[in-house]
Design a binder for this molecule. Structure first.
Ligand code: 13P
Length: 365
């Protein structure tokens, strides 16, 4: 195992307040996002969109590594220049998604296991040869009635660790992504408990499979309430004589600033309890948060805690960097420049968030 190469790559991926750009949507996921905007779901449209991303002027100022999909890593610009060359010329390290997707876990209704270990050693060798220096594997955990089950958590943690060990053997830094989904009506506290349990299991398995923690990056979810979590209710104690009554005052949506505060706080505490200091970086997925909220929450974590944290706290967003650009592009050549500006804007906002210098005013410019 080339220990020094792995340590150097992992450090470069989180250096200089830059972060990762996830542009590794599988064809079905990419097509689904295109369909919503009436963009043709074709090989050429996916190529043109990825060309727009990798040729964005100045992207390398904010992005240290880009995660590609198997189709994309083999593609070129219209003029024939390979995307891999465009990225490396911009100082961006190419990475590759290597899992084969989340499939139903047998005997566990509503739960998934990520597949893709068969033949992985050979695929990693090919990607390394092509120039990829890091890889990604995503596990998904759903919160619901009695789930995630212990067996689902353990099976996914085991697969992540087997993948990570194979990556390191091949000289590629594993991005270890256990995603606790936002879908559901669970509270922030339930997400915290599940995320903590998942991360504990992941690190038990990583140690068991002898993964070198200094040569990996963790890509977790932020700790968030479920998307359909009912609004919190404000309850007030009122006293009449000896008797105390609880009066429900209002149903209210959590105030956004309080929400950002709580999420930043609880997320950092959860990571603190579970992620060893030897890990060089934590790069969050965005998971369906709005682009602005993802930046604001990342910013507050760095603003409040950066000087006390053993690992870099960074980003590896797909939707929270790409979505505004995709909505501008809509498949039209005439919109490429404006879409690239939107992409660069989000990348800059997130780089500022790594320094704790992101402000709402940046969005108004
Ligand atoms: P989102 O940032 O859109 O959650 O995607 C991150 C990712 O890479 C999912 O695997």
């Amino acid at each position: 195992m080339n220990t020094q190469l792995l340590i150097d790559t992992a450090r470069k991926l989180v250096a200089d307040n830059k972060g990762l750009l996830a542009m590794d949507e599988s064809n079905p996921t990419c097509d689904k996002r295109f369909a919503k905007l009436n963009i043709p779901q074709t090989l050429e449209a996916r190529r043109a969109y990825r060309e727009l991303i990798v040729t964005t002027p100045g992207l390398g100022e904010c992005i240290s590594g880009a995660i590609l999909y198997d189709e994309t890593i083999r593609q070129q610009k219209k003029d024939g220049t390979p995307f891999l060359k465009v990225l490396t010329d911009a100082g961006i390290i190419p990475g590759i998604k290597v899992d084969a997707g989340a499939k139903d876990l047998a005997a566990h209704p509503g739960e998934k296991i990520t597949e893709g270990l068969d033949g992985l050693r050979d695929r990693l060798a090919e990607y390394f040869q092509m120039g990829a220096r890091f890889a990604k594997w995503r596990a998904v955990l759903t919160i619901g009635d009695d789930i995630p089950s212990r067996s689902c958590i353990e099976a996914n943690a085991h697969a992540l660790a087997r993948y990570a060990a194979l990556c390191q053997e091949a000289g590629m830094v594993p991005i270890v992504e256990p995603e606790v989904l936002m879908d559901g009506d669970h509270t922030l506290e339930v997400c915290r408990k599940v995320t903590e349990e998942v991360l504990r299991n992941v690190f038990i398995q990583l140690n068991c499979q002898r993964v070198m923690l200094e040569g990996m990056i963790l890509k977790p979810n932020m700790v968030l309430p479920g998307l359909t979590c009912p609004p919190r209710q404000e309850v007030k104690e009122v006293g009449i004589g000896e008797q105390q009554y609880q009066v429900r005052l209002t149903d209210r949506q959590p105030d956004e600033e309080q929400d950002i505060d709580e999420v930043a706080d609880i997320t950092v505490k959860t990571l603190w309890r579970t992620v060893p200091a030897a890990v060089p970086g934590i790069a969050f997925l965005s998971g369906g948060q709005s682009a602005e909220l993802a930046s604001a929450r990342l910013n507050l974590m760095n603003l409040r805690f950066k000087s006390q944290l053993p690992w870099a706290v960074s980003f590896s967003f797909a939707r929270a960097i790409q979505q505004p650009a995709l909505e501008i592009w809509r498949g039209l050549e005439a919109n490429v420049k404006a879409a690239q500006q939107a992409l660069l804007h989000r990348a800059r906002c997130n780089r500022a968030a790594r320094r704790g210098e992101y402000t709402a005013a940046m969005e108004k410019k």
